[in-house]
Design a protein around this ligand. Structure first.
Ligand SMILES: [Zn+2]
Length: 97
């Protein structure tokens, strides 16, 4: 247990049946709820809650990936392959913060 793909497989075992019943749109809304909770935890400077909410966010992202049969480990490696996808530098030298 430890790499991205293994976590995605665990989320599939635990939740795929429920995710299929809920569907893509409602699952995406669940992710948005958790993003809101993370923002609230950041504002409250509640570090333990920040940590928990980030874990929830990743779990919901995996659920969405499973509904689309997307291998998130591959998707991540494809997009973030050693350099920033916008400026192609490492570290990033884009002007945006
Ligand atoms: Zn960049």
């Amino acid at each position: 247990m430890g790499n991205i793909h293994e976590f995605q497989e665990l989320m599939k075992e635990l939740y795929l049946e429920k995710d299929l019943k809920r569907g893509k749109e409602k699952t995406a809304l669940k992710l948005m709820e958790e993003v809101g909770e993370l923002a609230e935890a950041v504002l409250l400077e509640d570090e333990e809650k920040v940590s928990e909410e980030m874990a929830d966010i990743i779990a919901w992202v995996f659920s969405i990936a499973n509904l689309y049969n997307i291998n998130l480990s591959d998707a991540f490696k494809e997009k973030y392959n050693q350099t920033c996808p916008k400026c192609n530098e490492n570290p990033c030298i884009c002007n945006s913060i």
